[in-house]
Structure formats: C-alpha cells, structure tokens
Design a protein around this ligand. Sequence first.
Ligand code: NAP
Length: 295
Amino acid sequence: MSAKIISGTEVAKQIREEIKAEVQELKAKYGSVPGLVTILVGENPASVSYVTAKQKTAKELGFYSIQDNQPEDITEEQLLALIDKYNKDEKIHGILVQLPLPKHINETKVLYAIDPDKDVDAFHPVNVGKLVIGEAVFKPCTPAGIQELLIRGGVEISGAEVVVVGRSNIVGKPIANMLLQKAKGANATVTVVHTGTKDIAAHTRRADILIVAAGKPKAITADMVKEGAAVIDVGVNRIGVTPEGKAKLAGDVDFDAVKEKASLITPVPGGVGPMTITMLMKNTLEAFKYSLKNK
Ligand code: NAP
C-alpha cells in the first residue's frame, strides 16, 4: 500500500478561505473584524520571520492587525503594562507574544498576564484547564491543526487507537487531551509514549492513528507502524543544507519507508507546519465571535 499524502498547505488554504468569507460576513453584520496584535521583543531573526508571516496572514484574511515591536531592553514591568493595554483594547481579540523573550523577562509571568479570552495561543493555565475538561474556546494551534488534518483527511477518530509520541505541553499533552474528549472529531482511546516508556514500538504498532512529536529524525521506522495506520508527523528537524543554501528539513518519521505501510501520512515540510498559523487565525476569529456573544 502507498499512503495518501495529506498536504497541510492545501488544507490550510481551504481553511483560510473559510475564515476570510466568515470575516466578511461578520463585518457586514457587526461593522467590526477580528483584531490580532503580535508583540515582538528584540530582533531575533527567526522570531521576526514568524511574526511577519502571522501579520501577513492576518491582513490577507481581513483582520485588524498590529505588529508591536519593542526593544530588547524593555523591562518586564513595561511589557506587562503593554499587555494590560491590549487586554483592555476592544479592537483587539487576540494577543500573541512571540517567544523566546530576553532572559531578564519572566516568560511565564508575561504569558499568564494575557487575558485568557484573548490568549489565542491557548497557553494560559485557564485555557489549558478548559481544554482538559472539554470546554475549550481555543485549542493550541499545532494540536488544533493536527485534529483538522485528521478530520479533513477523512480519518475515523471515534473509537480509534491513538498513540502520541511525545508529551510536551505544546503538542503531545494537548493533542492527547483533545482526542480523548467525548466529542465530535475525538472520542479515541489514547496512549502517550515518551523516553520513559519501556517498549515504544509495542505501543506504536497498535496505533490506528500515530501522532509523532519527538523532535528526533527517524524516531519512527516502518517496523513500528501498523499496516494501514494514519501517521501525522509533527517533527521539524534540520538535517543539512539544500543546494540553494536553505535548511533541509525532515520530520520524525522515516517517510519513504512508512508511506509504503500507512494509509495516510503528512509530509515534512508541508504537513502540520502550514496548519499552525492558520489555526492561530481561526482562534482569533473564535475570540472575536466570543467577544460578540459576551457584549
Ligand atoms: P519537546 O518539548 O522536545 O518534546 C519532545 C517529546 O518527545 C518529549 O516528551 C520526549 O520525551 C519525547 N521523545 C523524544 N525522543 C523520543 C523518542 N525517541 N521516542 C519517544 N519519545 C521521544 O518537543 P515539542 O515542542 O513537542 O516538538 C516536537 C517536534 O515537533 C519538534 O521537532 C518541533 O520542532 C516540532 N514542532 C512542530 C510544530 C509545527 O508547527 N509543525 C509545532 C511545534 C513543534 P521526554 O518527555 O521523556 O523527554
């Protein structure tokens, strides 16, 4: 069997079209649009490119968007005051502070200062708690992208054996929590494996849906995968340089071998990656709609 390859680039494009249309409808009805502020401290080149991409997407979708650049030496107090300003700004529905922050600033304190109703990254403990009890308004972006890829890829999640490789707070734990909820697009039996697991392959071989977020190239080889499984590769590993001088990327799954065994697989790049920014936009739209309901 050769697997169906699910393009995150295509699915993300489709979702962005849906968001754009909904923004136009809401604008006509309420005269306002979702607002997103991205706060960048310093000039870390990777962070600059991430916020630039987020702002570009927000503008394309018709959002009100602000790129707020702050100097590397901003104090923690000043940054907290800035967040407070956006917490109170009625035109802003989503606040994103680009990480990492300079060492003199306590990242946790800053993230916890964001109003949970505007926390479109869904990292605030209030939103983490809501996710666990099945009452999430926002789902963290990468796991939300994974769930959308499965749903739109036509994978039956309800009743499936899901194995998640990795237990990070941004990918492994939230996707495990999301897929075990008694809800549409979930209702699976979920196992999470990590470096403390005794026999990882014994678990992965049982998986109808295998989600891999380990950050290790070829952590998953074909012998660890069940025939016909749906495989979502979250990993992004730099494994060299292309002839054009760009970073050569690979996932955590031995793609060429595993695609011969799986029924569905996501590529790297072009799989989960493009979904993440799109789900951030979806969360900003949800925050906007939530604010309309609570007016
Ligand atoms: P992380 O915080 O480093 O966590 C990795 C997890 O995988 C840990 O729980 C670790 O176990 C486990 N692990 C590592 N090697 C393993 C192995 N060989 N077998 C089983 N478990 C193993 O990583 P993360 O932030 O979740 O990210 C994971 C990967 O996804 C990275 O490559 C990252 O770049 C990528 N990522 C991509 C996106 C995207 O948008 N595409 C977004 C986020 C992350 P322990 O807990 O025991 O250490």
